[in-house]
Design a binder for this molecule. Sequence first.
Ligand code: PBG
Length: 321
Amino acid sequence: MNRTRRLRKSEGIRRLVRENNLTVDDLIYPLFIEEGENIEKEIVSMPGIFRFSLDRISKELDEVVSLNIPAVLLFGIPSEKDEEGTETWNDNGIMQQAVRFIKKNYPSLYVITDVCFCEYTSHGHCGIIHENDVDNDATLINLAKQTISHAKAGVDMVAPSGMMDGTIATMREALDNSGFPNIPIMGYSVKYASAFYGPFRDAADSAPTFGDRRTYQMDPSNRLEGHREASFDDEEGADILMVKPALSYLDIIRDLKEDFDRPIACYNVSGEYAMVKAAAEKGWIDGERVMMESLLSMKRAGADIIITYFAKEVAKILRNK
Ligand code: PBG
């Protein structure tokens, strides 16, 4: 008889035949950095995740480094917003200060910046508004300025999340022409207009004041369009392709893994984190096991890199194993 149970008999044999493993090397930890002083504010819908001002962030960074997490993804929350999000390309803006601070004090930590406008615009959309919608090409001009400003601050990698067409080509050209040909770009290539971003918008203060993001982020119904989006980013020279959110889009992660020879990242977003935390708090699920199982499913689907608010928790569990 074919007895598949033979290879499940003990932990020893299960370890030997295990096809996928989660390791600390897979993880990117997002950080919310707010302009100002003395800020260390827990995000209500994301227990354990805080907004920090730079003067309070060292203990968080010490922990990230001591857990051997390779990279952080920065989100800036400026004290001033305006129509265009001009603070995004202020060389002394919160992102730029944060990059300089981290690279100076934690040189081994790989620093990635989220390149977008929604936290910086008064209307909360990811670019310049023209006739009630985001103007793609006008936004690209500002995107180039923001990218160069992050590069000058010393960022290791940039990650545009605004879903404007032509983003990767614009940023690649801007970086190459400004003396930064070696800074890679991780494209939020296949990013869906998702309800799973809810808690993030509280965390980053970036909810749109009117309408939604469906004219630029993808329709959750679509799969082939995801391939098309990723192809454009691939052709334009994105170094890493990302799928976002992760858990409801494992099929898309698998598609990209099979169709492209670039590293594939996925973003285990705020709502996915909040669901696990909330159910665990109620005692309805074993939060730790559900967390590990979900992240493992992303690896199994084909993700090489996982951006997750669970990074510190996971790193602790893996270290103690
Ligand atoms: C900014 C951005 C968002 C997220 C990452 N970058 C929010 C959005 O598109 O509304 C979401 C991350 C998360 O939910 O954890 N464009």
